[in-house]
Design a protein around this ligand. Structure first.
Ligand SMILES: Cc1cc2nc3c(=O)[nH]c(=O)nc-3n(C[C@H](O)[C@H](O)[C@H](O)COP(=O)(O)OP(=O)(O)OC[C@H]3O[C@@H](n4cnc5c(N)ncnc54)[C@H](O)[C@@H]3O)c2cc1C
Length: 399
C-alpha cells in the first residue's frame, strides 16, 4: 500500500472529466479527497476529445440538447454550473479558445490544456490521485470501505465517475452500473451513441467509392432531423449529422437524406428547361453536388437519362428524380458500436438520483456524476458540460 493514509472525507472512483473536476471543487472546501483511477493515466478521453482540441462546452446549452428518460433531470445541474462558469475557469488559466459552427468552443492549441487546468486545480486543492488502482469491493456501513489492489480505504462519502463504455481499448468498464445495482438502483439499458453507421447492402460499395467526400444534408429518422455535414466512409456514413442522428436511430429503421436541403429541385429543373435547355441532367446536377456522387446516383436511379438534355426528360420523370434526391432512403445495418462511439446512451436511472445533488435515493452518501448517468448530450461540447455541471452539483452537496 503506497497511500500514506487511508481515511478520506470523499473518495471519487474514476479520474476523467467529471471525477477530476468534482475532486478539485471538494478539495477546495478543505475536505480530504482521493481520486482512484484504474488505468495508468487520468483524463485520457479529454486528451483525445475534439480531434485533440477538446470541444469543452457550447455557447447554447439547453436541456433539449440532452437525451435522458427524464428530460427535466439535467436542468437543475446545468443551471447550477453553466457554460459561462466553465468558460470563466478556462479564461482564468488564459487558455485560448475559439468558436466553431453551432456555438462549439474548442481550445486553440490542445486538449492537454484542459487536463492540465483540472490537474492544477486538483493540485491547489490537495487532491490525492491514485492511478493503476483497481477497486475490488465496496461495502457501506457508517461510511464506505473500499477494497483495492493497493489496500483498504475508507471514506464518509463515495462518488462514482467511471464514465461509459465507448472506446473499449481505453479500458472502459461497466463498474459504475454494477455499483448502482449493488445499492438497489436501476440502470437504463446502454448502447453506443454519437457513432457512425455501417451498411451491408448495395450502399456499402457506393460509400466506399465516395469515401472521404463530405456534404451538407438534412438527415432524419422518425421525428429527429439534423442539418450538418455527412461524410462517406469505407464502411458507410459518418460526419456530425450522422453522429447526431445515431443517438435517435433504432436498429432496422431507415434514415432519410435530403441531399439538397433548402433547394426545390423539381422547381429548379423546370426553370432550367427555360434557361438552360441544352444542359444535360448530369451537367445541372454537378453544379449542386460532387461529380462522383452524381455519377453513382445516376448509375443506380437514372442511368438512361443522365446524358439527356433537360428538355428531353418529361416533367413527371424529373419530379421523381428530384424526389429521390430530397428523400434518399438508406438502411444502416448497424452502428460501429462502442468501438468508435463518442458516448454511451443510457446508464444509471435518473429516477434513483437527486437532480440537485446527484446523490442516490437508495443509498445515502453515494453519488453518480458524468457519463455513467443516463444523460447523453448532442455532439458539440454538451457531454463535457454535463460532466462539469453534474460534478459541481455533487461537489456543492459534499462541501
Ligand atoms: C473520441 C472521443 C471524443 C470526444 N470528444 C468530445 C468533445 O469534444 N466534447 C464533448 O463534450 N465530449 C466529447 N467526448 C465525450 C466525453 O469525452 C465524455 O462524455 C466525458 O469524458 C465523460 O466524462 P466522465 O468523467 O463521465 O467519464 P470519462 O472522462 O470517460 O472518465 C472516466 C474515468 O473513469 C475511469 N474508470 C473506468 N472504470 C473504472 C474503474 N472500475 N475503476 C477506476 N477507474 C475507472 C476511466 O479510466 C476514466 O479515466 C468524446 C469522447 C470520445 C470517445
Amino acid at each position: 500500500m503506497t497511500l500514506a493514509e487511508n481515511d478520506y472525507d470523499v473518495i471519487i472512483i474514476g479520474g476523467g472529466a467529471s471525477g477530476l473536476f468534482c475532486a478539485s471543487l471538494i478539495g477546495q472546501c478543505g475536505s480530504r479527497v482521493l481520486v482512484i483511477e484504474h488505468t495508468s493515466k487520468v483524463g485520457k478521453k479529454i486528451l483525445m476529445s475534439g480531434g485533440g482540441r477538446c470541444n469543452f462546452t457550447n455557447l447554447q446549452v439547453e436541456a433539449d440538447n440532452y437525451i435522458c428518460a427524464n428530460p427535466h433531470f439535467c436542468k437543475s445541474a446545468l443551471n447550477g454550473y453553466t457554460q459561462w462558469d466553465f468558460i470563466a475557469l478556462v479564461d482564468s488559466y488564459a487558455i485560448k479558445w475559439h468558436e466553431r459552427d453551432h456555438g462549439q468552443l474548442f481550445c486553440d492549441d490542445s486538449a492537454r490544456e484542459i487536463l492540465d487546468m483540472l490537474l492544477s486545480e486538483c493540485g491547489k486543492a490537495g487532491v490525492k490521485i491514485e492511478t493503476r488502482c483497481e477497486v475490488t469491493q465496496i461495502t457501506a456501513d457508517e461510511g464506505y470501505t473500499i477494497e483495492t489492489g493497493k489496500g483498504t480505504l475508507t471514506s464518509n462519502k463515495l462518488v462514482i465517475a467511471t464514465g461509459g463504455l465507448s472506446i473499449p481499448t481505453m479500458n472502459t468498464t461497466p463498474f459504475g452500473y454494477q455499483v448502482a445495482e449493488q445499492f438497489g438502483m436501476r440502470i437504463k439499458s446502454t448502447r453506443a451513441g454519437l457513432v457512425p453507421f455501417m451498411f451491408s447492402d448495395w450502399f456499402r460499395e457506393m460509400s466506399e467509392e465516395l469515401s472521404g467526400i463530405a456534404i451538407e444534408v438534412t438527415i432524419s429518422t422518425g421525428k429527429h432531423a439534423f442539418t450538418e455535414n455527412i461524410l462517406f466512409t469505407h464502411r458507410g456514413l459518418s460526419g456530425p449529422a450522422v453522429l447526431q442522428l445515431s443517438n435517435y436511430w433504432e436498429p432496422g429503421e431507415p434514415v432519410r437524406i435530403d441531399l439538397l436541403p433548402g433547394d426545390n429541385l423539381e422547381h429548379s429543373f423546370l426553370e432550367d428547361k427555360q434557361t438552360n435547355p441544352k444542359s444535360s441532367l448530369r451537367q445541372l446536377l454537378i453544379q449542386k453536388l460532387p461529380k462522383k456522387l452524381v455519377d453513382l446516383l445516376a448509375q443506380r436511379y437514372w442511368k438512361d437519362e443522365t446524358a439527356l438534355s433537360i428538355t428531353e426528360i418529361p416533367n413527371r420523370r424529373l419530379a421523381e428524380i428530384a424526389q429521390t434526391l430530397h428523400h434518399w432512403e438508406l438502411k444502416p445495418a448497424s452502428t460501429e458500436g462502442y468501438r468508435t462511439a463518442e458516448v454511451t446512451l443510457g446508464g444509471v436511472d435518473t429516477d434513483d438520483l437527486s437532480s440537485k445533488t446527484m446523490e442516490s435515493k437508495t443509498q445515502s452518501g453515494l453519488y453518480f456524476i458524468g457519463e455513467v448517468v443516463d444523460v447523453t448530450g448532442h455532439l458539440g461540447g454538451y457531454n463535457f458540460q454535463w460532466a462539469w455541471s453534474s460534478a459541481y452539483a455533487a461537489a456543492k452537496d459534499l462541501c
